[in-house]
Structures are given as structure tokens and as C-alpha cells.
Write a protein that binds this ligand. Sequence first.
Ligand code: HSE
Length: 427
Amino acid sequence: MKKVGVAILGLGVVGSGTYRVLTENHDRIAKSQNLDVQVEAVLEINPERARMLGIEERKITASIAEVVGNPAVDVVVEVIGGIEPAKTFITAALKNGKSVVTANKELISKCWAELETYARRNHVGLYFEASCVGGVPIIRTLTEGMQANNVQSMVGIINGTTNYILSKMSKEGSDYATALRQAQECGFAEADPTADVEGYDASYKIAILSSLALSERVTVSDVFRQGITDVQAVDIRLGAELGYVLKLLAIAKNTEKGVEARVHPAFVSKTHPLASVDGPFNAVLLHGDMVDDIMLYGRGAGSLPTASAVVSDICYAATRSEPWYAPFRNTDDPAEAVKINTNFLSQYYLRLFVSDQKGALSRVAGVLGENGVGIREVLQKGESKDGFATVIFITHQTEENDMSRAIEGLKQLDEVKSVESLIRVEQ
Ligand code: HSE
């Protein structure tokens, strides 16, 4: 049986979960993979954490040099998160001929090319299944299960925190601030929730996943990003009346005009496969030209689900005869840059306060039409207040640029008191 020595950098939520999976399922992994995986070192500034897990004193260190100089270590697992010191530690491991497994989406999405260069030079692996969608094996599905396909689109709920908040708002009618507070109380949102609620976390993940899905290098700066902090309870309620559920979607599409990579709130129909993905759960709907639709669903975060993906990568690193690298030229050469299309095609939900006078709606419809925005559905809600009424339009598929021009035109109309909300509708 092949012996594999592992070092775990960081014994936080995912690091301690990884230790637990490797310990509790050691025999199962030995039997199914023919691997004897042993934790040979842990790097942790708080040694008490390691002691509480029963890790031998001689294996606990705060020195990365000690870890990467240890000949018993074959695979270094980085589960610290963030850019530094994770980047320095991973670089040291790769340069010392250790394969690296990481759950670090921010680092991979921003420094993938650089780290992969070190991995290739030293002929070792750099694996990051746990960086995207936690325990759901999305990366292996894309790279080892869909090779026969051109992946044409990927639409996912890939951030559990925002899905928990939006689900609460939908089900309980609560406002954003209340739902965020509940998420924090239940441990589904950080004390500083910015990375999740502003869509950064999802943009890191979709940059990685769209690169793999479309075999084109997509960087974080290529991803259009809009978070959920401006979402209003009234739009969730009115959207529900029209048959929609609001989600923070991460979308990657391969279109004739280029690659689209975006993260933003969007309505989906109640019958859409992603509509029933609630609470902290994640799901990704992939469309391949040969296989048609595939949907993956599961826990996108958490100690043991994420550790499940980490340990899968450890086994992958240990059982491959050659390291695996991304199947595209992942260089920083601008000439290699992928063609990104930001003029997305989308339907829209548009909520306005409009003068409740004869002819007002036709003026509004006129501005939409003049700018190439077709109307699919119109709803006027309830009584008018101060002579203005709430009117909701659902548009036909519209280009982003046309919609922006239409909004500017509407703001000039005397009949429009305010443009209250503009939310994309994903088919
Ligand atoms: N904060 C992330 C989420 C954790 O809510 O999905 C996993 O990246």
C-alpha cells in the first residue's frame, strides 16, 4: 500500500475537518484507494487546537520551513484562506517539490497562473476542488466528467450565506438587515459579511469554474459583480406574485459575442431547477452540448463537506502518475486574454413609480420601445399614492446597453417619479 504523508496548514473549520476525515475514514480510504494517508505535520500558531484533536506534539509546528523541509510530507494542504501568508506557504511547498491541495478560492482565482508555474516547474500538483462549492465535486465533474462536451453554460447558487439570507427574506418576508442578522446568529454569515453579501466570494468561484468549464482563462476582474445588499423585501414579494424566486446567481456562458461571467441577484421562475435550492445549500446547473443538462446539489461550505473535497484532492494527488494542470494556457499574457462580453442578454424586472394619469404608461412604454426593450408583462399595483402608482414591467430578452439607455430615458420623463428596482430575470 502506498504511504502518503500530509501536512495541514491551519486547523480552523476546514483544517480540523480534514484531520477528522483522514482519521475517521482512514481505513475506508486505505481499502478503496490503496493509500495509507498519514498526517505528518500540522502548522498552527495555536498549538492547543492541535492538542485538542489528539495530534502528537512532535507533529505540531509554527514553521513553514520545517513543514516543507520534512521528507515525510508529500502533500501540503493549505486551509488558512486569504492571500497571505497562504501564498508564501503554498509557493514554498511547491518549490520544495510538495503537491499542494487548497480550499483557497481567493488565492486561486487571483494567483492561479503564478502558482501553476511553480507547480509545473517542480512537477508537482496544485489541486483546489474544495475552493468551489464546498463538498460538491464540481471541478472533477467539469474536468473529468464532461470532457466530451463544449460546456455552453453554467448557472449556479454558489454562495451559501447569500442563499440563506434570500431564502429567509422570501419565506418570512423579512428585510435584508433582519435576515442578515439571523444568518449571523446561526453562524451562516461572518461578523463582517462583505465578501459574501457583496458577491466577492461567488466571483472568485465563478472565475475558477468558468475558466475550467469554458477552457478559457477568466480572471476575477472579468467577472461582473453585484451583491445583495440593495435587495428590497418588496421586490421579493412582488416577484413571487409574478411566479419568481430571487437568487444570487453566478453565471458563465459561452456566447457568439464572447464569454459572459457574472454574479448578480436574479429572478428565476418557481419551476426553475435552482428555485427550490434553499438555505445554505448550493447547486450548479451545467449545460453541455452533448450531455444536455447536469445539476449538482449539496453543501457548499462547512467543516466536513469541505474536508471531503480536500481529502478527495489528497487521494487524487497521490494516485496520479503525472500531475494534472488546467487544460488551457493559463498565462498572464494579455494577448491570450479571453474575449469577454459584458453586453449580456437578459430579461428584466423593472419597478417604477409612475404618474397615475392617462397616457403615462404609453410614454413609459414608448421610451422602452425606442431603446429596443420589449415588454412581456405589465402589472400595476394597488392604489396610487400622491398621484403616483407602482408599475412593474417584465421585459423580453434585452441587451444590457439597451436597458441602461432606457433607464436613462425613463429618468428624464416627468411621468416617472423614480426607478425603484431593476433586477435581471434568468430563464
Ligand atoms: N462563505 C462561503 C459561502 C463559504 O457562504 O458559501 C464557502 O466558500
